[in-house]
Design a protein around this ligand. Structure first.
Ligand code: ADP
Ligand code: ASP
Ligand code: MG
Length: 457
């Protein structure tokens, strides 16, 4: 069997869902499980709606809910035609009634908690998966909608829930595997799950990729296909650099670094369950299904280029902790990291000197409180509007003098922090956020103008 995951833009409207049906039709003999994201932008709208309700703006929340309802109804009726839509209408109508009621409840209380946020956010994938299942059925594919909340069992960390793999795998065997044996195509929402007691959770933004990988690993898939709106993993973000080219083959490690450092095309956690079971992951374009995409595998050939890709992660803050009094004192780093832990702020890049430590974190509302806490230990400064740039490639391991090559290109730029060696396959540095386009374009021109055709398209 295989898992086919379609992202938000791949199910954004009736035309897109029609394309999905054609793609699935062409893969039926591989026994696909279809995993879908919410229709494009729907999760953002749901979260806006939840916040509006939480601050007592009931009218705004309900108005947004009605526009979402209209979009889903229009899409479904266009896909199903009048006769089929009449039956289907009541099914998603009940979801919108539930959402409406939920929003009224939230605005009456005037408070939004992570738990209710997840409840609201889950409607995007609940609705899209029902619509896609119905659209496949209307096109003669024997599909069955499976509610992911009956399958993906998680802990109670709302908005960032962690899967309980054993239980999830057991549910996959009990509820999904028999459908495949029956020749059915299960259609499931990504991103959403539930606790053991059935409370709705979500596994983090962009998490549908992760769901696909969890389902693929649990069912022993022969491959996992991530269908999106670009031809695969590209040498850099095509919105920043139009010259970005397709990478044909990339290692799990390289893909994981890229995803972690901002290549939005893949959720970082996706590759983990796949690596553990050695399941190849493909990134493919639902608007151009004939293109062979990117294959992520354990040991792709290295190729002649030093780097595979460049990623950038914006909205970064640098926190500098300087403690002359604690010169060489042991326990200093631990105390610093404990403060980050207490405020639940994750650190990306770290560089230390004898007397100071610089760390980068995603810009976060908790930073002022964290800084106040750190100020008890040392002198603290923080500065936002930074970006991490990350060059990735397995060849970095063996090639000397790479940093010199890179920074020669950026001689006129202020480089704040540099880190190479932690993973051996990336070179990472911090710059001003507004310099990202120029820096990426320059590096792309320098390192990706001539490409090894075995690795790049
Ligand atoms: P989906 O809705 O399918 O999950 P996303 O918007 O999450 O799609 O991810 C796809 C987008 O990621 C692309 O449209 C592209 O703009 C962006 N992107 C950023 N970096 C890269 C990269 N290195 N390769 C391909 N796409 C990238
Ligand atoms: N719909 C969710 C989001 O927008 C999950 C996903 O698309 O992967 O974050
Ligand atoms: Mg995505």
């Amino acid at each position: 069997m295989i898992v086919m995951k379609f992202g938000g833009t791949s199910v954004e409207d009736a035309k897109a869902i029609d394309r999905v049906a054609c793609i699935v039709q062409g893969r039926l003999e591989k026994k696909p499980v279809v995993v879908v994201s919410a229709m494009a932008k729907v999760t953002d709208t749901l979260l806006t709606m939840a916040r509006a309700a939480g601050s007592g703006e009931r009218k705004t929340a309900l108005k947004l809910c009605r526009s979402l309802q209209e979009r889903h109804y229009n899409t479904a009726s266009e896909l199903l035609g009048t006769a089929l839509f009449t039956d289907f209408h009541s099914e998603i109508g009940a979801d919108f009634e539930a959402l409406d009621e939920l929003l009224r409840g939230i605005s009456a209380v005037g408070e939004i908690t992570p738990r209710t946020t997840d409840h609201v956010a889950s409607f995007g994938e609940i609705l899209s998966s029902k619509i896609v299942a119905a659209a496949l059925a209307a096109r003669g594919i024997t599909s069955t909608h499976v509610d992911s909340r009956d399958v993906l069992i998680t802990d109670m960390t709302y908005m960032q829930a962690v899967p309980h793999y054993e239980e999830t795998d057991a549910r996959l065997q009990a509820r999904v595997a028999p459908l495949l044996l029956d020749g059915k195509v299960p259609v499931m929402g990504g991103f959403i799950g539930a606790t053991r007691s059935g409370i709705t959770t979500t596994i983090g933004r962009g998490g549908s990729d992760f769901s696909a990988a969890i389902f693929g690993a649990g069912l022993g898939a022969e491959s996992i296909e991530i269908w999106t709106d670009v031809d695969g993993i590209l040498t850099t973000d095509p919105r920043i650099c139009a010259e970005a080219r397709r990478i044909k083959l990339i290692s799990f490690d390289e893909a994981a670094e890229l995803a972690y450092f901002g290549a939005k095309v893949l959720h970082p956690a996706t590759v983990l369950p796949a690596i553990q079971k050695n399941i190849p992951v493909y990134v493919l374009n639902s608007r151009n299904p004939g293109c062979e995409g990117t294959r992520i595998t354990t040991r792709p050939p290295h190729g002649k280029n030093i780097f595979k890709a460049i990623a950038a992660k914006k909205h970064i803050t640098i926190v500098e902790v300087a403690a002359p009094r604690m010169l060489l004192a042991h326990g200093f780093l631990r105390a610093i990291f404990e403060a980050f832990e207490r405020h639940k702020v994750a650190v990306d890049v770290v560089s230390t000197s004898e007397v100071s430590v610089s760390l980068t974190v995603d810009s976060h509302h908790a930073i002022p409180a964290l800084a106040a806490d750190l100020a008890k230990l040392a002198d603290v400064k923080y500065e936002g509007r930074k970006a991490i740039v990350c060059l990735v490639g397995e060849n970095l391991r063996e090639t000397p003098g790479i940093a010199a090559l890179v920074f020669r290109e950026l001689a006129d730029k202020k480089i704040r922090m540099i880190s190479q060696g932690a993973s051996e396959i990336n070179l990472t540095f911090v710059i001003e956020e507004d310099e990202v386009p120029e820096v990426i374009q320059r590096l792309h021109k320098r390192f990706f103008s001539e490409l090894d055709s075995e690795i790049f398209a």
